[in-house]
Ligand binder design. Structure first.
Ligand code: SF4
Ligand code: ZN
Length: 322
């Protein structure tokens, strides 16, 4: 016999071992949306200075995978009618055959029903090269993701600026965040924790003062991946499921296996890793403040802020031209 919801007498559609709750469809939906709204409040993404005359602009990274489609769907449902918020979805087409065309099709299908502006940026038109070609040529002898990450950061910061973003929201979930936390611990990289903290948390109105820096927010970071998948399934949020053919994150894979087995025997492990990590990262950020942010000057080729003479993106583009 099916379990009953812990809050009403409807049949439960899920059981959260970390809280002991069984929830029906209605209460599950409420629980997911409540956690997202709570993050928006605690991260102060909608400050009191936002008005219908001067709304805040939230740029949402939309890949078409379930995390980003659920995030876009919930934010649109909650804030579409709120004149204090402008929503823009930003998709990146890296040029990866058999992968990105399909996921961006899903992204377009999603926004077609929503009152959200949608901008798509292609590596090919930005840099004259597709990610598949970069991975093939590999002039600097690096993993494909190392090139791709430099291009992605460049696109995100330039377009966030163009679109006048107050904050850039991404769909990272609890599993992603707990994995990243554990990877930083295990690599002993405290400075990286400080950077992670500075980029993703902290009071956001102040951050707006710094040029060339758009703060990041991850409103799904309290929600386990499985619950996001269930939400997409139950409420017909379109999503594309596939792995990038260039992905080679073997360390993350190992951490993922470790974490899922810990979670199974000790429910709540992901939540406690993340809570502890956020505290530690805040302390690390205090400790390293001033040390990690070296002076930024414009790249002599493209003008992007960089610590050296030329930025990493321009170095990569040169190496590809050789
Ligand atoms: Fe780019 Fe790597 Fe992500 Fe593929 S897995 S889209 S190569 S960063
Ligand atoms: Zn440059």
């Amino acid at each position: 016999m099916a379990m009953e919801c812990s809050k009403c007498d409807q049949p439960a559609v899920m059981h959260a071992a970390y809280s002991g709750a069984h929830l029906c469809e209605t209460h599950f939906r409420e629980s997911v949306e409540r956690r997202i709204r709570k993050r928006i409040r605690t991260d102060d993404l909608l400050p009191s200075s936002a008005t219908p005359e001067e709304p805040v602009t939230w740029v949402i990274g939309l890949s078409g995978g379930k995390d980003s489609t659920v995030l876009t769907h919930v934010l649109a449902e909650t804030f579409e009618a709120d004149p204090r918020v402008e929503l823009v979805a930003l998709s990146i087409h890296e040029g990866i055959a058999g992968y990105r065309d399909e996921s961006l099709e899903v992204a377009r299908e999603l926004v077609a029903d929503l009152d959200v502006e949608h901008v798509t940026v292609e590596y090919e038109s930005e840099y004259g090269v597709r990610m598949d070609q970069v991975a093939d040529a590999d002039p600097l002898d690096m993993a494909p993701c190392a090139y791709c990450g430099v291009f992605r950061r460049d696109v995100l910061s330039r377009y966030a600026d163009d679109l006048d973003a107050d904050v850039l929201l991404t769909g990272h979930n609890l599993d992603d965040e707990a994995e990243t936390a554990l990877m930083n611990f295990l690599e002993g990289d405290v400075a990286q924790m400080a950077k992670h903290y500075d980029a993703s948390l902290g009071p956001f109105p102040e951050r707006r003062e710094e040029p060339a820096f758009v703060p990041r927010a991850k409103p799904l970071r309290d929600i386990p991946e499985k619950e996001i998948a269930l939400y997409a399934h139950l409420f017909d949020v379109p999503s594309h499921i596939a792995e990038c053919p260039h992905s080679t994150e073997s360390f993350r894979g190992d951490i993922q296996d470790l974490m899922l087995s810990l979670e199974e025997t000790h429910p709540g492990t992901r939540h406690s890793i993340l809570a502890g990590y956020e505290d530690l990262a805040a302390m690390a950020a205090d400790r390293y403040r001033g040390e990690t942010t070296s002076e930024l000057t414009p790249c002599s080729t493209c003008g992007s802020p960089t610590t050296g003479d030329r930025c990493r993106k321009c170095e990569i583009l040169d190496s590809l031209a050789d």
